[in-house]
Design a protein around this ligand. Structure first.
Ligand code: ZN
Ligand code: ZN
Length: 292
C-alpha cells in the first residue's frame, strides 16, 4: 500500500524526505513554506537539489504539497482574492521546481458571508485564471481540490460542490480531488461502516469521477457525524473508528491510492503509531469473507 503522513520541513525542505523515510512512509505530504504566513519562501538551488536527490534515493512517491491556509479563492474581497491567486501561482512554481510529478492540494475557499453560489463562481474564475497563467508558464502541477468539513463558510463540503467547481474550469485535465475522511465525516458522510463508505464512493464517482481521485487524507474525526467541525483525531480514536478505516484502506476503489495521515502530533511517536496501525489494517483484509 501507499502510506505516508504530512511531514515537517523544519531545518530545510530536504529534511522532510529523511523524516518520512524514518517513519516507513512510501508517500508523503509537505508544505513548501510556512503555511500560516503570506511570506514566500525563496527556495535555494542547493536545497532543491538536495531535496530532489533525497527523493530519488528513496521509495517515496508520489509527494503532495499542501497550500498555505491563508489562500482563499472564494474571497469577496478583491485584495485578498488576487493576493490568493498570486500566492497559489507561486505555490505551483515551487511544486514544479521540487517534484517530478507535482500535485498541489487546496481547500477550495470560504465565501465569508457572500453566499455559496457567489463563492463557487468566484472559485471557478480563480481556477481559470490560475490554469491559464500556469499554462503560459509551462507548469505541469496538478491541482487537487480537497473536500472540507463545511465549518464556517467553507465550500467544498459536498462532492456536488466540487463537481460544480471542476465543471466550471476550462482545462479540467489538470484538476483532481483529495478525499479527506475526517472532513467528509464531519460534513455528514458516514464513513464508520461499509454501507456509508460505499454510498460516499458512489457519490464521488457520480459527481466527480473516481478517476479524478488522486489521494486520500486518512484522518479520524474528533467530533460526531455532520458536526461540521474540522478536528482530526488519531486513527481509530475518533468517531469514524477502526472498522471504518479497515474498510476504507482495503476497499477496491481506494486500496491502490496514496493514503496520507494528518493526525495529531502531540508526541513524536504519534505518526509512527498511526502509520503502523493503518498497515496492520491492510493485513486484516477487507473482511468480505471473514468478519472480525
Ligand atoms: Zn486534509
Ligand atoms: Zn482538516
Amino acid at each position: 500500500m501507499k502510506i505516508g503522513c504530512h511531514v515537517s520541513i523544519a531545518g530545510g525542505i530536504d529534511n522532510s524526505v529523511v523524516r518520512a523515510g524514518e517513519l516507513g512512509c512510501n508517500t508523503m505530504q509537505i508544505f513548501s513554506k510556512n503555511a500560516s504566513t503570506w511570506r514566500e519562501k525563496i527556495l535555494k538551488k542547493d536545497e532543491v537539489e538536495s531535496f530532489r536527490g533525497n527523493l530519488k534515493n528513496s521509495n517515496i512517491n508520489p509527494v503532495f504539497i499542501h497550500t498555505s491556509y491563508l489562500i482563499n479563492l472564494a474571497s469577496p474581497s478583491d485584495e485578498l482574492y488576487f493576493k490568493s491567486i498570486n500566492a497559489f501561482l507561486e505555490e505551483m512554481k515551487r511544486a514544479d521546481l521540487l517534484l517530478p510529478d507535482p500535485y498541489l492540494i487546496i481547500h477550495p475557499g470560504a465565501h465569508t458571508g457572500a453566499g455559496e453560489e457567489y463563492g463557487i463562481q468566484r472559485i471557478i474564475r480563480a481556477l481559470n485564471i490560475i490554469l491559464e497563467k500556469s499554462a503560459d508558464l509551462n507548469l505541469k502541477t496538478m491541482i487537487l481540490l480537497e473536500d472540507t468539513a463545511g465549518s464556517g463558510t467553507h465550500l467544498g463540503y459536498t462532492f456536488y460542490q466540487l463537481k460544480r467547481m471542476i465543471e466550471g474550469a476550462k482545462d479540467r485535465k489538470r484538476i483532481g480531488i483529495c478525499f479527506d475522511t475526517c472532513h467528509a465525516f464531519a460534513a455528514g458522510y458516514d464513513l464508520s461502516h461499509l454501507e456509508g463508505i460505499e454510498q460516499t464512493l458512489e457519490e464521488i464517482d457520480k459527481y466527480v469521477g473516481l478517476e479524478r481521485l488522486k489521494v486520500i487524507h486518512l484522518n479520524d474525526s474528533k467530533f460526531p457525524l455532520d458536526s461540521r467541525k474540522d478536528r482530526h483525531m488519531h486513527i481509530g480514536k475518533g468517531y469514524i473508528g477502526l472498522e471504518g478505516f479497515r474498510v476504507l484502506v482495503n476497499h477496491k476503489y481506494l486500496k491502490d491510492l496514496p493514503f496520507i495521515l494528518e493526525t495529531p502530533k502531540n508526541d513524536e511517536k504519534d505518526d509512527l503509531i498511526n502509520i503502523n496501525l493503518v498497515k496492520s489494517l491492510v493485513a486484516l483484509g477487507d473482511g468480505s469473507l471473514v468478519r472480525m
